[in-house]
Design a protein. Structure first.
Length: 300
């Protein structure tokens, strides 16, 4: 009985815990706050239709996703009836887009278990447009050339195994219409790094090293150019924004607490973002980890 009782106390205390940290958050220094509101609204919509998602109800936007969602939203410039391709971004961004616009939104996810969860949610939500979902790997897209008006990918390309991040860039560019926009976000720092973890996070076929699984790349300026931008041609960079931790090591410490405490830690995300993260002019100015948003236009 004790574990159930503790779980009950945890659940009833979570809204108050979140409320406290959201109250002390500096909202003027919190990008993407709209997505927090929309995520909780969608969470309530699902709740009244029989699906309980604690994450959507109490922590719909995770840490640096506040910046990433805000950046993509400001740069994608969605227009009614557009055909948009999303390469495995966190599903909340797509849900918000399709709730607000009469568009055709095509969501790709190679993680079948995660995709099934997204599909389940999507059947219960009232959309203004059409939300399609596919279990597809972006290394070889089954779409014709110049098909989509916009292509987005939020914190995905860094997780693509091996040298295939260059191939995914080429594929996204191939299916983008001339004049269309590709909007990307991914982690950056002054020094390029490749991270391996004990667990195969996305349950995909990835490289291993010392009995650990490939997790992600942290790009520096050189590798952004060599691995990503040199993979495509005829492009114009429309915007580039960088957001990161104010002091080196904060994000790694946060990750340890998140893995230990779960949602009781992540409900503090808005507070952490507003207090411990800021914008930077260049990757070289980052004291530690950061995230970059890049918007590219395909020339006519």
């Amino acid at each position: 009985m004790l574990p159930k009782f503790i779980k009950f106390l945890f659940l009833i205390s979570l809204p108050f815990y979140r409320f406290y940290f959201f109250t002390i958050t500096d909202k003027t220094n919190l990008p993407g706050i709209y997505f927090d509101r929309m995520g909780r609204k969608i969470g309530k919509e699902l709740f009244f239709r029989g699906i309980v998602s604690p994450k959507l109800l109490f922590n719909p936007v995770s840490i640096v996703r506040y910046f990433e969602f805000d950046y993509v939203d400001k740069n994608i410039e969605i227009k009614p009836k557009e055909n948009i391709l999303d390469i495995s971004s966190p599903f909340l961004f797509g849900f918000c887009a399709v709730k607000n616009y009469n568009i055709k939104y095509n969501y790709l996810n190679p993680d079948l278990a995660d995709l099934q969860r997204v599909k389940k949610f999507a059947t219960k939500i009232k959309f203004a447009g059409k939300f399609n979902s596919y279990n597809i790997n972006a290394i070889k897209l089954p779409f014709e050339n110049n098909k989509f008006d916009k292509v987005i990918s939020i914190s995905v390309i860094e997780h693509v195994n091996g040298e295939n991040d260059s191939l995914v860039m080429q594929e996204m560019w191939r299916v983008l219409k001339p004049g269309g926009r590709l909007v990307l976000t991914f982690p950056v720092s002054k020094k390029f790094d490749v991270e391996y973890t004990k667990n195969n996070t996305y349950d995909l076929n990835v490289d291993t090293k010392d009995d650990k699984y490939f997790f992600q790349r942290i790009y520096d300026e050189e590798n952004i150019n060599n691995r990503l931008l040199k993979s495509i041609d005829d492009y114009e960079i429309l915007s580039k924004n960088i957001f990161g931790e104010k002091e080196a090591g904060f994000y790694n410490q946060y990750t340890k607490l998140w893995l230990k405490k779960g949602i009781m830690e992540t409900v503090k995300d808005p507070y952490y973002i507003s207090k411990y993260f800021t914008y930077f002019n260049h990757i070289e100015n980052l004291p530690g980890l950061g995230v970059i948003g890049i918007t590219l236009r395909k020339n006519l």
